[in-house]
Design a protein around this ligand. Structure first.
Ligand code: SF4
Ligand code: SF4
Length: 197
């Protein structure tokens, strides 16, 4: 014997009530009925949706500036910071006449996030020096195929005049930090329209 926790099993003879099982069945039903009247812990999703935490991190958005030009310069810092290696991109040079489309001389011709790899840690957002990528409170929908879960610029880039609000998700400390950055008038970090970082 390795421990003193062993129990001696007694092969006791069952009583009449134990043999007909009815008290045990009634006891089981009583437990079920008790749970039936308890407050439910589940919800009727998707008709009902739980309130998310203020700092919930969901789908990413690639922000545009006040003129609708993409802020991302394909520097790759978000991809380097990503612990899940979920981000990939191809950089391209802005052509003359594309100033209204891309904020700086370099932009991401392809920018992809593999949502199946992403762990929604937010490190890409922290690493970005251009205030270009943010996580939002949008829930990433499920899909039956892996390809659908690779989000390109078509799904990630916000539309001009239809911006994706992200202010709600920022904590007060982050908001204060961003506001301070803005006051310092650092050109790359000046926020766009309606200060909606
Ligand atoms: S949230 Fe984290 S895991 Fe997801 S893409 Fe950004 S850095 Fe990678
Ligand atoms: S999202 Fe930000 S960090 Fe990532 S490539 Fe674009 S500018 Fe660089």
């Amino acid at each position: 014997m390795l421990t003193n926790r062993s129990k001696v099993v007694v092969n006791k003879k069952m009583s009449f009530w134990e043999r007909i099982y009815l008290p045990a069945i009634a006891g089981g039903l009583l437990i079920t009925i008790k749970h039936f009247f308890r407050k439910k812990t589940t919800i009727d999703y998707p008709k009902e949706v739980r309130e998310y935490s203020q700092i919930y991190r969901g789908q990413h958005v690639l922000k545009v500036d006040e003129n609708g030009a993409e802020r991302c310069v394909a520097c790759g810092l978000c991809a380097v910071a990503c612990p899940a290696e979920a981000i990939s991109m191809t950089a391209a040079e802005r052509a003359p006449g594309e100033e209204n489309k891309y904020r700086e001389e370099k932009y991401a011709a392809i920018y992809e996030i593999n949502m199946l790899r992403c762990i929604y840690c937010g490190l890409c957002e922290d690493a970005c020096p251009k205030e270009a990528i943010f996580l939002t409170d949008i829930l990433v929908p499920v899909s039956a195929t892996r390809d659908d879960m690779i989000y390109g610029k078509d799904k990630l880039t916000e539309k001009h005049f239809n911006e994706v609000p992200i202010k709600k998700r920022q904590t007060e400390e982050v908001a204060a930090f961003k506001a301070e950055t803005k006051n310092k008038d650092l050109r790359h970090n000046v926020l766009g329209k309606s200060d909606s970082f």
